[in-house]
Ligand binder design. Structure first.
Ligand SMILES: Nc1nc2c(ncn2[C@@H]2O[C@H](COP(=O)(O)OP(=O)(O)OP(=O)(O)O)[C@@H](O)[C@H]2O)c(=O)[nH]1
Ligand SMILES: [Zn+2]
Length: 200
């Protein structure tokens, strides 16, 4: 599809979303024509398209774009990558941090690309477990490293604002491959993500 055609297609989707959000406001008992709400359907449509833009991103292309041959073979850890996602059950946000490590096997990757892969999968409708595995699989498939580890700690607004209403619960999910399945390597990773090294 040409750039122009993609733009036209996206505008069409936006205008359908706007119509839907106008109707939603009415169904919720609001008047979508009152001053403060006039532009709201358009704003929400744009916001939701932004928050789900990950569907149009290719995580493998992101990683391939900065993959470098290198013989370094110690653990590389990018921790505290903030993430914002939407739970697929309620379309409410969940947010927190991802910690991602890999052990290179001939190739390293630009560090920012790891954070971009986290964004690429976060900006979709998700469950935290699948998000964790998708990040691991993308890195595994492109870099073929000796191992990958992903830990995500997140709070879910669907558990805080509604439903069970627990304000302080944090959900931790993890996925490990290769050398991280070994107890010693995994413990080293856990020690590093738990340590406040920057502030010593
Ligand atoms: N495993 C998993 N569950 C999630 C995630 N995000 C939300 N949930 C849960 O999805 C479940 C959906 O359960 P349902 O019983 O169908 O929905 P519900 O009636 O709205 O549930 P309550 O939240 O308990 O009121 C809830 O238990 C949510 O807490 C996630 O990332 N992973
Ligand atoms: Zn939810």
């Amino acid at each position: 599809m040409s750039y122009k055609k993609i733009e036209q297609y996206e505008e069409k989707i936006t205008s359908h979303l706007v119509e839907n959000y106008r109707e939603t406001l009415t169904l919720l008992g609001e008047n979508p024509d009152r001053e403060g709400l006039k532009k709201t359907p358009h704003r929400v449509a744009k916001a939701m398209q932004y928050l789900t833009q990950g569907y149009h991103m290719d995580p493998k292309a992101i990683l391939e774009s900065a993959k470098f041959k290198e013989s370094f073979s110690e653990m590389v850890l990018v921790k505290d990558i903030e993430l914002y996602s939407l739970c697929e059950h309620h379309l409410l946000p969940f947010f927190g941090k991802a910690h991602v490590a890999y052990i290179p096997n001939g190739y390293i990757v630009g560090l920012s690309k790891i954070a971009r892969v986290v964004d690429c999968f976060s900006r979709r409708l998700q469950v935290q477990e699948r998000l964790t595995h998708q990040i691991l699989d993308a890195i595994q498939d492109v870099l073929h490293p000796l191992g990958v580890a992903v830990v995500i700690e997140a709070q879910h607004l669907c558990m805080m604002m509604r439903g069970v209403q627990k304000q302080n619960s944090v959900t931790t999910t993890s996925a490990f491959s290769g050398q991280f399945e070994d107890e010693r390597t995994r413990s080293e990773f856990i020690r590093l993500i738990s340590a406040d090294l920057m502030h010593r």
